[in-house]
Design a protein around this ligand. Structure first.
Ligand SMILES: N[C@@H](CCC(=O)N[C@@H](CS)C(=O)NCC(=O)O)C(=O)O
Length: 212
């Protein structure tokens, strides 16, 4: 069985959404990303992954896969019939990778990560100034589309949904981009997405405020 190391409402939520959309059986381990302890048994999370970051997906053969873009595509490819990624060779596969990279680098690491992890000593001014320009990209793209890639839900939507959910706690009002607000509402209406968020929100309430 696949195993996912996650922290509630962190970027590993996208992997949980993908796993639930695929209907895969998974063993979930809560890894505390500040203390670097696995909550199940108090073991060292750095022993699971020296990166000390979620998501970590443990594959059926015991190998550990990190980085959301890779983990999400792996999940999609375990259950191709769920249609969570275009097949390799389909030009849309590169569109999927394009969006996974954009969410991971331009939204997550350029904005969400510093917002939640860095002290606001003035150094957050630049990422904050840039975020509207960044978000205008998916906003424009989604103005006349239901999903990021093709005409069905993919793991790129799982990734963007997570990032958009964190905008409010990061102090950005998504209402500025009606296409993004409508998209987020549509995504949250999906049963798997709703259940994944509800599960992690419930866990999160039992913990202190957490970063991205
Ligand atoms: N590039 C990685 C970033 C993973 C990441 O930064 N995860 C955060 C949670 S959203 C984390 O676990 N941070 C802990 C740390 O960096 O110490 C990915 O896309 O999966």
């Amino acid at each position: 069985m696949l195993q996912l190391y996650f922290f509630p409402m962190a970027c590993s939520l996208a992997s949980r959404i993908a796993l639930m959309e695929a209907g895969l059986d998974v063993h979930y381990h809560l890894a505390h990303i500040w203390t670097k302890k696995v909550v199940d048994d108090g073991s060292d999370f750095l022993g699971v992954s020296p990166k000390g970051a979620v998501p970590v997906l443990v594959l059926e053969n015991g190998e550990r896969l990190t980085e959301s873009a890779a983990v999400l595509q792996y999940i999609a490819d375990v259950k191709p019939e769920a249609g969570l990624a275009p097949a390799f060779g389909d030009p849309d596969r590169y569109r999927l990778q394009e969006w996974l990279s954009f969410v991971g680098a331009e939204i997550h690491k350029a904005f969400l990560f510093p917002t939640f992890w860095c002290k606001d000593d003035g150094s957050l001014a630049k990422p904050r100034a840039r975020v509207a320009e960044t978000l205008s990209m998916p906003a424009t793209h989604l103005a006349d589309r239901e999903f990021l890639v093709g005409n069905r839900f993919t793991v790129a939507d799982a990734h963007l949904t997570w990032a958009l959910l964190l905008l409010r706690p990061a102090g950005v009002d998504i209402a500025q981009w009606p296409s993004l607000s409508a998209y987020l509402e549509r995504m949250q209406a999906r049963p798997a997405v709703r259940e994944a968020i509800a599960t992690e929100m419930a866990l999160r309430k039992t913990m202190a405020a957490s970063p991205a």
